[in-house]
Design a protein around this ligand. Structure first.
Ligand SMILES: [Zn+2]
Length: 128
């Protein structure tokens, strides 16, 4: 599991499902697993999944990577920032799982969404 990811693509209706969950969970954080494929440095998101045993709260701490089933199709984690600030926190990087991290900021639309790799570099997200 190495190599730089230069681009992420996701269908609008798939992304909308994640954003809709973010709106439903507000003012709490929404956390979902990202299922997809990585090929030649491009990640294609197929779906967002509710992690098993997650406890929703106003912090990322309710989520443990140890609770994620071993599944190579899980390529990362997406979560929401009710503050609207899409900068990842130190805690976010401590909880980094997989290869990409997506953060959606309140009020949860495609314009307030950023993707990062494990080094904190932003990855462009192409909405199909
Ligand atoms: Zn966060």
């Amino acid at each position: 599991m190495s190599g730089v990811i230069r681009e992420i693509s996701v269908k609008r209706e798939v992304l909308e499902q994640f954003l809709e969950m973010c709106r439903e969970m507000y003012p709490n954080e929404n956390i979902m697993l990202i299922r997809g494929k990585v090929k030649n440095g491009a990640a294609a998101i197929e779906e967002f999944l509710i992690p098993p045993f997650s406890t929703y709260g106003n912090s990322f701490s309710g989520f443990s990577p140890f609770m994620i089933p071993f599944d190579l199709s899980i390529i990362g984690v997406a979560h929401s920032h009710p503050s609207g600030n899409v900068m990842p926190s130190n805690e976010d990087f401590n909880h980094f799982f997989g290869r990409i991290m997506i953060i959606a900021g309140y009020p949860y639309n495609v314009n307030i969404l950023k993707a990062y790799d494990g080094n904190g570099a932003t990855i462009p997200v192409k909405v199909l």
